[in-house]
Design a protein around this ligand. Structure first.
Ligand code: PHE
Ligand code: FE
Length: 274
């Protein structure tokens, strides 16, 4: 889909500025557009969430977060990319906001992580539905420095492009896999249940809830169950799925999904919690 067509069909729902977007939906990050207020808000977001991730995030995440220098100001994507290329061959690219599925998957398949340039408003301190630069940088970027996770995300991009060719049902199924791993995944580690999903990682409420609340189910990673499970986009999840390691996640998703999509298409969806 072209940028013009995306703007026309998605219209007023789009929050970012797509005027200068290239055909692949990337833009240049202009650090001079962030105001002193933005920088202050970034520091407040970082500080609050940093205290939480120490107790709830997985080891790999914490190791890489501490190597990055994001606490004092909104990160410069070029500087992050320089380090990331050396670590795992990924890079950060700026995007105006949400982009079409195919554009998103193509970037992932090329080991380029689309990162939103704008920051939420102070009144959205606790919650926004859309990804902003805080969610993308704080939630996603640290794990891109981890080899198996980085490989998983690229494989995901390639697999999602394939799913898109197979049809809308396959696309819905692969979308659920993204949701329940990359965004809302949990991982079992030596020190207990921990978070790796970026949607949880950047949320002050859900990071505590996902680990400590007795309410949601925490099921062992099950690819086919995930592919059949519907979800809410605007409230805490139930269920969560728990992986054993990123290496295992890569291994458990390495087979060809084509026959899986065909088989699951005939099976009922597992409804979201009421
Ligand atoms: N193995 C999947 C396929 O053949 C691709 C994939 C890998 C999807 C990893 C998601 C995560 O379609
Ligand atoms: Fe995200």
């Amino acid at each position: 889909m072209s940028v013009d067509e995306f703007i026309r069909t998605t219209g007023s729902a789009l929050r970012g500025n797509y005027a200068n977007a290239r055909a692949d939906f990337t833009v240049d990050q202009d650090l001079s557009t962030y105001t002193a207020e933005d920088q202050k808000l970034w520091r407040r977001l970082y500080e609050r969430q940093f205290d939480l991730v120490r107790d709830y995030a997985c080891e790999e995440y914490l190791e890489h977060l501490s190597e990055l220098d994001m606490s004092q100001s909104i990160p410069d994507f070029a500087a992050l990319s320089t380090r990331l290329r050396l670590a795992t061959g990924w890079e950060i690219v700026a995007v105006p906001g949400l982009i079409p599925d195919l554009a998103f998957f193509s970037l992932l398949a090329a080991r380029r992580f689309p990162t939103t340039v704008w920051l939420r408003k102070p009144e959205e301190f606790d919650y926004i539905v859309e990804p902003d630069i805080f969610h993308d940088c704080f939630g996603h970027v640290p794990l891109l420095f981890s080899q198996h996770y980085a490989d998983y995300l690229q494989a995901y991009g390639v697999g999602a492009l394939k799913a898109a060719k197979l049809g809308p049902e396959a696309l819905v199924m692969i979308g659920r896999l993204f949701w329940f791993t990359v965004e809302f995944g949990l991982i079992r580690q030596g020190n207990g249940m921990r978070v790796f999903g970026a949607g949880i990682m950047s949320s002050s409420g859900e990071i505590v809830y996902s680990i400590d609340s007795p309410v949601p189910k925490r099921l062992p990673f099950d690819l086919e169950r995930i592919m059949r499970t519907d979800y809410h986009i605007d409230r805490y999840q139930d269920p969560y799925f728990v992986i054993e390691s990123f290496e295992r996640l890569v291994a458990d998703t390495a087979h060809d999904f084509t026959p899986v999509y065909t088989r699951l298409r005939e099976m009922p969806t597992i409804a979201k919690a009421p």
